[in-house]
Design a protein around this ligand. Structure first.
Ligand code: ZN
Length: 125
């Protein structure tokens, strides 16, 4: 399976039909949330693409917050070329139709999966 590389425009289009209130095991995640793999509803998730450009070895760690938001802000822009969006895969939940981004933080002694639900209006180049 090839993974489709998304830009801001394609990611907006991937946010399809009206999302419904979440009923899946991930719960609300309007800002970045840690989750464990057993909460990921694998049978409902359809990967729609990735924001990780295979031609870039080390995607930037710079974040993009022109309006004073922070990493964990619910209204932080989804800036596809900035951290952590530049290393995310995009999924749509088959149950609630939300579009979700996920990536994995690698610390010295741990891995930490993170997920965020995407509002199309927050997506930026
Ligand atoms: Zn869901």
């Amino acid at each position: 399976m090839t993974t489709h590389l998304l830009n801001a425009e394609l990611l907006k289009r991937a946010c399809g039909a009206d999302p419904q209130a979440c009923v899946c095991s991930l719960g609300a995640c309007s800002s970045w949330e840690s989750f464990t793999e057993d909460r990921w509803p694998n049978d409902r998730m359809r990967q729609v693409g990735t924001l990780r450009d295979p031609l870039i070895d080390e995607p930037t760690l710079e974040e993009f917050h022109p309006d004073g938001t922070r990493y964990g802000s619910a209204n932080a822009p989804v800036a596809v070329a900035s951290f952590p969006y530049n290393r995310c895969d995009a999924y749509v939940c088959g149950t609630c139709c939300r579009t979700l981004l996920r990536y994995t933080e690698f610390g010295g002694y741990y891995v930490d999966h993170r997920v965020r639900e995407i509002q199309p209006g927050l997506i930026r180049d």
